[in-house]
Design a protein around this ligand. Structure first.
Ligand SMILES: [Mn+2]
Length: 259
C-alpha cells in the first residue's frame, strides 16, 4: 500500500488539501499551528498579534538561542497591546489557534491517521476533527495486518511550545505500545546528526527513549518530523530505518513510501 506522510504542516492548508493524492493511507505527524514563521516574519500568530517588526526581532533572538531575551521581548509586546496579566494571554491565543485549526482540519485529507506535534493543542483537536480523522497518541492500530504505533508530542525544551511532556512520561507512552512493525512519532530519536537543524543552527530535542525502544523492538520503519532542516534526514538503528519525513510547510509535498 502506498502511504503519504506529512509532518510540521505549520499552517500550510493549501498544500495539505492535496497531500493524500495517489495514496492508500494518509498520515499526519502534527505541528499544525503556525505561531512563528522563520521564513516569513509577517505570517503566524505572533506577527498577527504584535506586528512583523516584533516578529522579526523575536525570531532573531530565538535563532541566536537568546531565549531569556526573546521571552522579555514577548512580555513587552504583550504589555504594548495592553495585556499585563499572564492569564489573559491564553484566551487571546486560543481564539487564534482555533481559527487556524478550523481551516487546517477543513483541508486535512480524510481518512487520515493523526498524532500531535509539540506545536499543537491536543484538547482542541476533537472539536475540529472531521469524519475519518483518527487521532492516535500512545496507541497501536492494525493497518492491513501490520502493527502501527503512534506517539505524539515533544519533550520539555527551552522553546516552551504547547505540547511538551516529561521524558519519563514520554518513555512510558512508548513502552505501552509493545512491538510494532512501523513506529510514528513527531520527534526524532536522540542523535546529533538527526537533531541538528542547519538553518536554525541548533540542536532540536530528540528522544533517548525512542532510541531504546527501537533497539529493543526493531520495527521495520520509524517515521518522524520536527527538525525542519536536519543535518541528516535518515539513519539506521539496527534493522530499523528511521526517517525524517520532511518539513511540509517548506516542501509542500508529502513523503511517500510503499509499506
Ligand atoms: Mn515540532
Amino acid at each position: 500500500m502506498r502511504v503519504n506522510i506529512v509532518s510540521d504542516v505549520h499552517g500550510a492548508d493549501g498544500a495539505l488539501a492535496k497531500a493524500a493524492e495517489g495514496s492508500d493511507v494518509f498520515v499526519c505527524l502534527g505541528d499544525l499551528i503556525l505561531f512563528l514563521d522563520y521564513d516569513d516574519p509577517e505570517a503566524g500568530i505572533f506577527a498577527e498579534l504584535f506586528g512583523a517588526e516584533h516578529a522579526r526581532a523575536y525570531i532573531e533572538a530565538r535563532t541566536a538561542n537568546r531565549f531569556d531575551e526573546a521571552r522579555a521581548m514577548s512580555d513587552a509586546a504583550w504589555a504594548e497591546i495592553g495585556v499585563t496579566d499572564r492569564h489573559e494571554r491564553w484566551p487571546i491565543l486560543e481564539s487564534m489557534v482555533r481559527r487556524q485549526y478550523e481551516s487546517l482540519f477543513a483541508a486535512m485529507p480524510s481518512p487520515a491517521l493523526m498524532t500531535f506535534g509539540n506545536v499543537d493543542v491536543p484538547a482542541l483537536w476533537p472539536e475540529y476533527a472531521r469524519e475519518g480523522h483518527r487521532i492516535i497518541d500512545g496507541d497501536v492500530i492494525d493497518v492491513d495486518g501490520q502493527r502501527w504505533g503512534f506517539v505524539g508530542g515533544g519533550l520539555i525544551s527551552p522553546m516552551r511550545t504547547p505540547y511538551e511532556i516529561d521524558p519519563a512520561e514520554y518513555a512510558a507512552k512508548l513502552d505501552t505500545l509493545g512491538p510494532v512493525d512501523v513506529l510514528f512519532t513527531h520527534i526524532p530519536p536522540h542523535h546529533p546528526l538527526l537533531n541538528y537543524d542547519v538553518v536554525a543552527r541548533r540542536f532540536e530535542v530528540g528522544s533517548h527513549a525512542i532510541v531504546e525502544y527501537i533497539e529493543r523492538h526493531q520495527p521495520r520503519f520509524h517515521f518522524y518530523g520536527h527538525v525542519h532542516q536536519p543535518l541528516a534526514a535518515r539513519t539506521r538503528i539496527g534493522r530499523t530505518e528511521s526517517v525524517n519525513v520532511g518539513h511540509f510547510h517548506g516542501r509542500e509535498r508529502p513523503f511517500a513510501i510503499d509499506l
